[in-house]
Design a protein around this ligand. Sequence first.
Ligand SMILES: Cc1cc2nc3c(=O)[nH]c(=O)nc-3n(C[C@H](O)[C@H](O)[C@H](O)COP(=O)(O)O)c2cc1C
Length: 235
Amino acid sequence: MKRAIFICIISIFMVVISSCGKENAVIENGVTDSVQNESEKKSSVQEKAGKVLVAYFTRNGNTDNGFPEGVDAVASASIQTDGGKMAGNAERIAGWIAEKTGGTIHAITTEEKYPSDYDKMVEQAKEEQSKGTHPDLVSEVEDFDSFQTLVLVFPNWWADLPMPVYSFFEEYDFAGKNIVVFCTHGGSGFSDTIRTIQELEPDAAVTEGLAIYHNDVAEAEDEVVEKLGELGIGK
Ligand SMILES: Cc1cc2nc3c(=O)[nH]c(=O)nc-3n(C[C@H](O)[C@H](O)[C@H](O)COP(=O)(O)O)c2cc1C
């Protein structure tokens, strides 16, 4: 009888110890488990946010001649004026995120520039996508290993990531790090980009941020800041 009680106590003790170990594993890995619930997901970004890299790709700065004089920032829906400075939508969102997280901002830029003409650019992007071209980048992340969280901001291109963002993921390995994703779009939202990023970086914890419609970007700062707060990566 005494022996049976002893075995029973030991078994309960073992079960308690092993469940504590599982909780710690989620936080220590900083990698989202498929069964992890929302609050655990939030705490794993929070606990492990560490140093934040805010990388963005945008049309502005990646075209051959800049933008024509007198471009209508509202009509183009892709270029915003920020205190008189022309900024792409993704660039503006990234700027707010860097400010709020204290993160290091990084512009993903291609070696070969895209045509400034919108239609020609759209055509070229389609061709790159159908050929699976990954354009060479000139931008380099300094001290990459020191970052634990990437906040990525990009425009939806042809219901996908712009091809230079594929080049970016080819160059850097985010295993064991957090990736928080923001996009801007003309109606398609994220499309399937969250899943694509998780496939490109299978050992990273990928978390959805916000998909912001291009005409709403100028007014989106508060929403972005609120989302960062929810994710636990705002200052
Ligand atoms: C090459 C190209 C392809 C695009 N494809 C899509 C698309 O498939 N779906 C969508 O909703 N918006 C699409 N857009 C619109 C952009 O995602 C949107 O205007 C975005 O806000 C632009 O951001 P940016 O100023 O940072 O470049 C496309 C824009 C370009 C230039």
